[in-house]
Design a protein around this ligand. Structure first.
Ligand SMILES: C[S@@+](CC[C@H](N)C(=O)[O-])C[C@H]1O[C@@H](n2cnc3c(N)ncnc32)[C@H](O)[C@@H]1O
Length: 218
């Protein structure tokens, strides 16, 4: 699966996605994460991506043109319209969007291509929304840019793509896959007087399973 992230800070995306699980997922060829700097698609000589809002008000607004040009260069625009493709989705990160959750992550993991557009400043010129499929928020708070939200979405989706997480079995027992995961323990057995529940040391798989069921909810 291919993740393409439109941003004016491509280094943020590259640095994070070249570590740990996303790095491994790319090494195995299961996923590819590409950051596109949409500043390169600005038409003026200063590569300006933002401007003051019509009607006045504080802050700067991201211009529609650089984002449109970038999407067009990626073959996602045909003429003046979005190029329809059921295996590709164009997402815009927006605190006023639909709340992202594990169910959405699962839905996106079936795609071939996920495009994530990161805002900055006061957000986007309203006309950008015409070219996107969904507006997504990662929670009810405001960050300074869409890069962290894009990485949150990309990582949670990537974990569900076959070949990204080494032990696929562990995915079946994760929180939100139908239930909230049971408490986990590892060595030592006694940590400052706090002991691992005896049943987990018993080797009795049936009893362990019962205990885990009892201590998870969903
Ligand atoms: C400072 S915010 C813009 C906030 C905007 N003026 C508002 O009040 O909704 C800049 C960008 O960060 C991203 N962003 C901030 N918080 C977010 C969140 N909770 N979920 C998704 N994206 C977010 C969006 O891409 C947004 O365009």
């Amino acid at each position: 699966m291919r993740f393409e992230i439109l941003t004016i800070f491509p280094q943020i995306i590259e640095q994070y996605s070249n570590e740990s699980i996303l790095k491994r997922g790319q090494a195995t060829g299961a996923i590819k994460i590409i950051a596109h700097d949409f500043r390169k698609f600005a038409n003026d000589k200063h590569n300006k991506v933002d401007d003051t809002p019509y009607g006045g008000g504080p802050g700067m607004v991201l211009k529609a043109e650089p984002i449109f040009n970038c999407l067009k260069s990626l073959g996602l625009i045909k003429g003046k319209l979005k190029n329809k493709n059921s295996k590709t989705k164009i997402i815009i990160l927006d605190p006023a969007g639909k709340r992202f959750d594990q169910k959405m992550a699962r839905r996106f993991s079936k795609l071939e291509r996920l495009i994530l557009i990161c805002g900055r400043y006061e957000g986007f010129d309203e006309r950008v929304y015409k070219f996107v499929d969904e507006k997504i928020s990662i929670g009810d708070y405001v960050l300074s840019g869409g890069e962290l939200p894009a990485l949150v979405v990309a990582e949670s989706v990537a974990r569900l793509v076959s070949g990204v997480v080494g032990n696929a079995e562990s995915l079946k027992e994760e929180t939100f896959e139908g239930f909230v995961e049971y408490p986990q323990y590892t060595r030592p057995e006694d940590f400052m007087g706090a002991k691992v529940p005896k049943v987990l040391l018993s080797g009795n798989h049936k009893k362990i399973e019962e205990w885990r069921k009892k201590h998870s909810c969903g």
